[in-house]
Design a protein around this ligand. Structure first.
Ligand SMILES: [Zn+2]
Length: 174
């Protein structure tokens, strides 16, 4: 159950009873942008539709709920429960219209995050596990698990880490 009270062409107040909560959403739209703020108050279940009256600097909303009557004052963007009773007798009630639902957000839905692209810079790429670099006799190895290939320091042939002699040139390893 939701109601809208159109205060002006650009300013409207939505009222919704969610469980024991009264949710008040004010929307202020101007060309190119829309402001929206909402507050909720525990009022109990409404026993009749809310009534909206003009009040100093804004409007007062009279809620009759299962927890009793209360008045919520809306001034610009500030929304607060007030103990002031609206003098309903003199005040002219604003038109409140029932609506199907309250707009929850003016933001477009977020697109899901795209998975990270693999790292690439120009034509350089990094990869391979274990990572090995070789320059002349010098060898660098990162994250090399035991038993992976080594190279003979004499001839450069691939040898196993537990080989004692190079299978290619017979150089003593280790
Ligand atoms: Zn060798």
């Amino acid at each position: 159950m939701a109601y809208i009270c159109q205060l002006s062409e650009t300013h409207s107040i939505y009222l919704e009873n969610l469980g024991e909560q009264t949710v008040i959403t004010t929307t202020n739209s101007s060309p190119g942008q829309q402001q929206q703020s909402s507050s909720s108050f525990t009022t109990g279940n409404w026993t009749k539709p809310p009534q909206v009256f003009p009040a100093s600097g804004g409007v007062a909303i009279a809620i009759s709920g299962s927890r009793g009557d209360c008045t919520i004052q809306v001034r610009g963007n500030s929304i607060a429960v007030t103990s002031d009773r609206v003098s309903v007798a003199n005040a002219q009630q604003l038109h409140v219209q029932q609506v199907a639902n309250v707009p929850t957000s003016t933001m477009p839905p977020m697109e899901p995050m795209k998975p990270m692209e693999p790292m690439k810079m120009g034509d350089m790429s990094m990869g391979g596990n274990p990572m090995e670099m070789r320059m002349g006799n010098m060898e660098m190895r990162m994250g090399s698990p035991a038993g992976s290939s080594h190279f003979c320091s004499q001839c450069g042939a691939a040898v196993k880490s537990d080989d004692r002699f190079c299978s290619s040139c017979g150089h003593r390893l280790g």
